[in-house]
Ligand binder design. Structure first.
Ligand SMILES: O=C([O-])CC(=O)C(=O)O
Ligand SMILES: [Mg+2]
Length: 221
């Protein structure tokens, strides 16, 4: 008999990570991007997962500008296609605090050339995650204070009520074109304050009152 799949270990068996970009106005402004009318979506592979305690996050070969992006992650427990916004939260099993580590130099090259962001977003260790937080521990995902410190200094700080597109809107929007499955992770976008990190930097992040995590930056892959 095979063991039942545990939602708290979604990163071992979930099949995709769907990331929303440009979901906070101030972050759009800091990178000179327009505020989107519909969610900007991209995928990260599950090989980019880095659970806390499993080593450092590392940039891809040749990267000279590895950025941190703190994000609320939403773990899907019940799959579906064409999920209505009204019942979208019934498909959520819990949350994680996540980093959408980004090789900003490669992303800028990709933007200039009009080619995909794969090299910038999909490398091994590009998705550090906290322990799983069951849904019951979060009364309102749209009212969470979260912050990220680098070497003890606050770099990013937000409340998730600043998101342009809410969690139920995002779930409904994605599921119109891509079936969501149990174990999928949705990254909901980063607030202002993204910046470069160096080997041996200490990253510390928290969703206040909910979960905290620590990672070190390692050498390039
Ligand atoms: O790389 C970017 O700026 C897009 C993105 O992931 C975000 O806004 O979280
Ligand atoms: Mg991001």
């Amino acid at each position: 008999m095979t063991a039942p799949l545990k939602l708290s270990r979604f990163y071992e068996w979930g099949r995709k990570i769907v990331a929303v970009g440009r979901n906070y106005r101030a972050h759009c402004a800091e990178l000179g991007n327009p505020v989107p009318k519909e969610p900007v979506l991209f995928l990260k592979p599950t090989t980019s997962y880095l659970p806390e305690g499993k080593g450092p996050t590392r940039g891809p070969p040749g990267c000279t500008d590895l950025h941190h992006e703190i994000e609320l992650g939403v773990v899907i427990s019940g799959g579906g296609t064409n999920i209505p916004q009204e019942s979208a939260m019934d498909h959520v099993g819990g949350y994680v605090l996540a980093l959408d580590m980004t090789a900003r130099d490669y992303q800028n090259i990709a933007k200039e050339k009009g080619i995909p962001w794969t090299w910038a977003k999909c490398f091994d260790t590009a998705c550090p995650i906290s322990e799983f937080v069951p849904k019951e521990k979060v009364s309102d995902p749209q009212d969470l204070n979260m912050w990220l410190k680098v070497n003890g200094e606050v770099r990013q700080k937000t409340n998730t009520n600043d998101m342009i597109f809410t969690v139920p809107y995002i779930i409904s929007y994605i599921s119109k074109m891509m079936t969501l499955e149990p174990g999928d992770l949705i990254l909901t976008g980063t607030p202002m304050g993204v910046a470069g990190v160096q080997p041996n930097d200490q990253l510390e992040a928290e969703i206040e009152g909910v979960v905290a995590m620590k990672f070190t930056v390692g050498d390039k892959l």
